[in-house]
Design a protein around this ligand. Structure first.
Ligand SMILES: [Mn+2]
Length: 278
C-alpha cells in the first residue's frame, strides 16, 4: 500500500489517468490525495469528478478555490466566471452525486507527518488551530451555507474578531487562495514568480517561518495553487503544482518514500495568452 499526493489537476483528466498509471495506483491497495483544484480552466473537469466519485477508496482530495467556486455556483451563491469550464458538471445528470463527493472533502488533512492544504496556512496559526478552524468551515461547506459562500470571494484574511460564517469564509479563503500577503496582512492578488513579488508583499510561508520558526510544527506541509513557484521541496514544505492546466506538468509525490513522479500535460489546455498561472 502506498499513499500519494498529486498536484492541481484542473480538469486535465487524460494527464491524471496517465499519472495514476505511471505510479501504478490501484484501488483497494493505494490512496491518492489530490491537493485541490480538481476542476476548472481545463478541458474535462466532469471526467475528473466522475473518476473520483467512482474510485472513492483510491481518490481523496482537499478543496481548492476552484472546487469551492463550483460548489458556490451550484447553489447560486457565486456568478459564473468568464473562464469557467465547469458548466458541463452543473448540467450533468449525475451532478448531485458528483457535488456530494466534492462537498465531503476537507480543507486540510493529515497523512502521517504530512499536512495537505491547497494554498497554505495563515502565518500565526498553530497546526491544532488550523484543524479546528478548518472543521468549522467544512461544516458550512457541507451544509451549503449561502452566507459562507457569498463571503468567500471577498474574504482576504483570518479575522479572529469575526465569528460564524464570516470568520469561516476568511479561513477557507486563506486555505484555498493564500500566496503572498501585503503590508496590511491581506491576501494579495499576485500569483507570479517569487522574483517578481511586489514591494511590501511576502509569501505566506516566509511570514509563517518568521513567526513560528517552522511552517508546520515539525511536519511537512504539501500545497498546490501557486503554479509559478514551480515544484519546490524544502524540509517543511513541498509545493507540487506543476502548472498542468498551463501546459506544463502534473506531479505526484509518494508520502511513504518521498519519490516524485512528474509527467507532461497531455490534455488540450487553453492557450496561455501570456498568463503563466491560474
Ligand atoms: Mn488554486
Amino acid at each position: 500500500m502506498a499513499t500519494w499526493a498529486i498536484g492541481d489537476v484542473q480538469g486535465c483528466s487524460a494527464t491524471l489517468l496517465r499519472l495514476l498509471d505511471a505510479i501504478d495506483a490501484r484501488p483497494g491497495r493505494d490512496r491518492v490525495i489530490l491537493v485541490g483544484d480538481l476542476v476548472n480552466r481545463g478541458p474535462n473537469s466532469l471526467a475528473v469528478l466522475r473518476l473520483c466519485r467512482d474510485q472513492p477508496s483510491l481518490l481523496h482530495a482537499v478543496l481548492g478555490n476552484h472546487d469551492l467556486h463550483l460548489l458556490g455556483r451550484a447553489i447560486g451563491a457565486q456568478p459564473a466566471g468568464g473562464r469557467d469550464t465547469i458548466d458541463d458538471i452543473l448540467a450533468a445528470p449525475d451532478r448531485t452525486d458528483l457535488l456530494a463527493w466534492l462537498r465531503e472533502q476537507p480543507l486540510l488533512r493529515r497523512e502521517g507527518r504530512f499536512l495537505l492544504v491547497h494554498a497554505g496556512l495563515w502565518p500565526t496559526w498553530t497546526v491544532a488551530e488550523a484543524f479546528a478552524l478548518a472543521a468549522a468551515a467544512e461544516e458550512l461547506i457541507r451544509s451549503d451555507d449561502l452566507t459562507f459562500h457569498r463571503r468567500l470571494r471577498e474574504s482576504a484574511r483570518d479575522d479572529p474578531a469575526l465569528d460564524g460564517a464570516a470568520r469561516a469564509a476568511g479561513v477557507a479563503a486563506v486555505m484555498t487562495r493564500i500566496r503572498a500577503l501585503d503590508a496590511t496582512l491581506s491576501l494579495h492578488r499576485f500569483s507570479g514568480d517569487l522574483a517578481d513579488l511586489p514591494a511590501g508583499c511576502q509569501p505566506w510561508f516566509d511570514l509563517r517561518r518568521a513567526r513560528l520558526g517552522s511552517l508546520a510544527d515539525g511536519d511537512v506541509i504539501i500545497t498546490g495553487h501557486w503554479a509559478a513557484l514551480g515544484l519546490m521541496r524544502k524540509a517543511d514544505h513541498w509545493a507540487i503544482d506543476g502548472g498542468c492546466v498551463w501546459g506544463r506538468s502534473l506531479c505526484a509525490v509518494c508520502l511513504d518514500d518521498g519519490r516524485w513522479v512528474e509527467i507532461d500535460c497531455i490534455d488540450a489546455v487553453p492557450a496561455h495568452q501570456g498568463r503563466r498561472v491560474p
